[in-house]
Design a protein around this ligand. Sequence first.
Ligand SMILES: Nc1ncnc2c1ncn2[C@@H]1O[C@H](COP(=O)(O)OP(=O)(O)O)[C@@H](O)[C@H]1O
Ligand SMILES: [Mg+2]
Length: 382
Amino acid sequence: MSILAGLKLEGFKSIQSLGKEGLTLDRINVLIGENGAGKTNLVSFFKMLNFMTTVSDGLQSWVGKEGGASTVLFYGAKTTPKLSATLQFQNDGGCFEYHLEMAPAAGDAIIFLAEQAIFRQEPSARGHQSSTAFGTGHKEPKLREFAQRDVQNTPANTLSKALSNLRVFHFHDTSDTAKIKERGYIGDNLYLHGDAGNLAAMLHKTKHDSPDYYFRIIKMIQQVAPFFGDFVLETTDTNREKILLRWSERGSSDVFGPNQLSDGTLRFSALATLLLQPEPPSIIVIDEPELGLHPSAISVLGALVHTAAEQSQIIMTTQSPRLLDTFDSNNVIVTTHESMSTHGRFATKFKRLDAEKLTSWLDEYCLSDLWEKNVLGGKPSR
Ligand SMILES: Nc1ncnc2c1ncn2[C@@H]1O[C@H](COP(=O)(O)OP(=O)(O)O)[C@@H](O)[C@H]1O
Ligand SMILES: [Mg+2]
């Protein structure tokens, strides 16, 4: 399994630069910071990667949806003529880097100036190294094409797998028209969608293929919603292809529809399924998973994240003091939006907490106290 050990990023939304050394990532990474600090912008970068590596014409459609290249580049195309990024994945075989450079193009689209797969035996410049460049001027990544050309263990192949195993989740949409509440194709069960739109299909598959996992998910949901009995995941006689997230109460045979499940229970069901599924993504990126959850459910969520971290790397944002308290100080990255003296504009900075420096504080206070007292920086908004 490949872990994202480091990220260099320049010119993306509010992120002018993550610095020469980039951002070092651990097994669990919890981003905190004021509203508008730039946490979601980092998540958004991973979303862009998800789109461009899993959807056809994904990069251009994502840029279009965002409002064009000028919205995506740091203070627009005039200020930022180039976006660049290097993702450093590490596994037993060595260090694999995916490097990309992009520039604005006609029609507020974006094109590649460079796309490269690099292999290093060691993270430093020593040891064996090799690199493959995928050309320039293209509008969609060529990584997958290069990976498919040679399915042996090439850097392109390893990177293509690593990127398709990095997935972004945000379960904010529980409106009446949300996909999670609609009838979905029962076979859409390869992986959980970013908005949990195929939750019913995923649960159906888990129940049949991995009942132990399914029952753990149900137990966890019952822990935060004691009235909850089970999901009723059956197709109807008239439509055997589609499935709806129906459910029943404990001790009752009455069946309810997804609209009758509270928003918080629905979101928690998606989180429990994501974090307790039998084959989770290697890297899970989640934006504010605590949204709409009761404080006691937030503590359960913290425990779930720790369980999931045994199998997956976690990169998440939070505004919840209670969720923050379930982590160690060295899991935490503080996000700030700082006015830069060089150009007077604001830019996002990320800084991992220095656990050693906080030792004496942590003897007396918990992380959320220190956050509130602004000892950590990135004070929570009231
Ligand atoms: N293209 C851009 N260039 C510079 N700043 C941007 C750009 N796009 C968004 N921003 C900044 O990012 C902020 C939103 O950051 P966001 O990541 O949503 O914050 P949060 O930390 O609350 O998740 C905006 O208020 C704006 O200041
Ligand atoms: Mg945000």
